[in-house]
Design a binder for this molecule. Structure first.
Ligand code: GDP
Ligand code: IMO
Ligand code: MG
Length: 429
């Protein structure tokens, strides 16, 4: 048995959804373990494009999808997404989707607080997706959150809503935002209950059985290591741990059985929202990467900031995330550039760093130190074997492998499922 855990190695949107969909053909179950509908995963299969936020990407292949306890679930967003993908012809039923009974719910008040706080931050905003992710995780650790299983207990819901509203209405009023009424929220939750509860179960039990039966489990991360609440560019991060270790906590699964840790990294770098980005490009090349790469957020439609590949950053992600192999995506977007730069470290107020230090001002002051490599005139777009790649493209990949101290085990050369070159099968460990 070999499982695979997929995580983002940069600031998100590396192509995790495409890779998980591709790998899912050989998996039995696909498990989301953190994040919520802040994630946006685009899968291109033939002439269909699927945009998934909460649903595990294996559903497109008809594989059993599991939403683990570490995910924050907005019931309204989940039901809307289920309706959307059903309209595209996918089957979503309790036979194909299971949700941890102990997963946390996102309520409308979480989004309201998220947005009101961002507005109050003004220039210093984090640039969140405004979907209530942070406030929902805060409620979880504050021990007042409503969980999926509570939908079956109206008295529990009523009691928890009292506590939640005492806290949140005070905050909302202080921020000058509209407050929420208990009865309306209660009615809404009770209305969701019959549509959500059929999916709920102790998923840890199913996962344990699957592990003992030698089934292949694919853990699908959302966001990325540089958005991890501990290891990322704090405070410009999301509110969950995105590293592979959290797949065990976020699903209730043996840490020793998470399998091969696959990090996904673009051949360049992008970021949505605020925060440090040392190798960001504000020039014609940055604009070109954004245009060719169609770098617009799946969730918010915001243009993504673009820059050169940051090997110092990905090396750090490899170390803290426990990444054993990298999938390099979107190399086709670099086709036709005369030369390519790779960030190999930072100059911070005259001192050289090989990693990004944790302090905010140091991160903001980090200037990239570049190594320059020749570009290629040939095309990598849609290549499906190593032999089709221009020599300079192979050199670029090899140099990155040295710098990040991890092998590139898969190369993605286009958005389509089959535009993928496998160097080593991650399920073989
Ligand atoms: P995720 O959040 O990590 O799943 O990534 P997103 O789906 O948000 O963003 C990645 C985008 O790049 C999607 O639109 C994919 O269809 C697309 N994509 C993925 N891999 C490749 C690739 O190798 N080449 C190109 N050109 N596009 C890709
Ligand atoms: P996927 O799974 C890219 C970013 C937001 C913001 C910060 C905090 O598609 O890679 P949040 O709403 O989570 O509190 O926002 O994190 N962010 C993402 N950026 N891809 C994502 O998901 C993201 N999810 C959150 O833009 O900067
Ligand atoms: Mg995305």
């Amino acid at each position: 048995m070999a499982n695979v855990t997929v995580i983002g190695a940069q600031w998100g949107d590396e192509g995790k959804g495409k890779v998980v969909d591709w790998l899912a053909s050989r998996a039995d179950l696909v498990v989301r373990f953190q994040g919520g509908h802040n994630a946006g995963h685009t899968l291109v299969v033939g002439n269909q494009t699927y945009k998934l936020s909460l649903l595990p990407s294996g559903l497109v292949r008809g594989k059993m999808g599991i939403i683990g306890n570490g995910v924050v679930v907005d019931p309204e967003a989940l039901l809307a997404e289920i309706d959307r993908v059903r309209a595209q012809g996918l089957t979503v039923s309790p036979e194909t989707l299971r949700i941890a009974e102990n997963a946390i719910l996102i309520l409308p008040l979480h989004g309201a607080i998220d947005r009101a706080r961002e507005a109050a931050r003004g220039e210093r905003k984090i640039g969140t997706t405004g979907r209530g992710i942070g406030p929902a995780y805060e409620d979880k650790v504050a021990r007042r959150a409503i969980r999926v299983c509570d939908l079956a207990e109206p008295e529990t819901l009523s009691m928890k809503l009292d506590e939640l509203l005492l806290h949140h209405n005070t905050l909302l009023a202080g921020l000058g935002a509209e407050t929420f009424e208990k009865q309306a929220l209660l009615d809404q939750l009770l209305a969701y209950a019959p549509r959500i509860l059929p999916f709920a179960e102790p998923v840890w039990e199913r996962l344990d059985e699957a592990r003992r039966a030698g089934k292949r489990i694919l853990f699908e991360g959302a966001q990325a290591v540089m958005l991890d609440v501990d290891h990322g560019t704090y405070p410009f991060v999301t509110s969950s741990n995105t590293v592979a270790a959290n797949a065990a906590t976020g699903a209730g699964f043996a840490p020793s059985a998470l399998g091969f840790v696959l990090g996904i990294a673009k051949a360049y770098c992008t970021r949505v929202g605020s925060g440090p980005f040392p190798s960001e490009l504000h020039d014609e090349i940055g604009r070109r990467l954004g245009e060719r790469g169609r770098e617009f957020g799946t969730v918010t439609g915001r243009p993504r900031r673009c820059g050169w590949f940051d090997a110092a950053l990905v090396r750090q992600a490899v170390k803290v995330g426990g990444i054993q192999g990298i999938v390099m995506t979107k190399i086709d977007i670099l086709d036709g550039l005369d030369e390519l730069k790779i960030c190999v470290g930072y100059d911070i107020n005259g001192t050289r760093f090989s990693h990004l230090p944790a302090a905010m001002q140091a991160q903001a002051a980090a200037k990239p130190i570049y190594e320059t490599l020749p570009g290629w005139s040939g095309s990598t777009m849609g290549a499906r074997s190593y032999a089709e790649l221009p020599a300079e493209a192979i050199k670029y990949v090899r140099r990155i492998e040295e710098l990040i101290e991890a092998p590139v085990t898969l190369l993605s050369t286009g958005p389509e499922r089959e535009d993928t070159i496998m160097m080593r099968d991650p399920f073989e460990g």
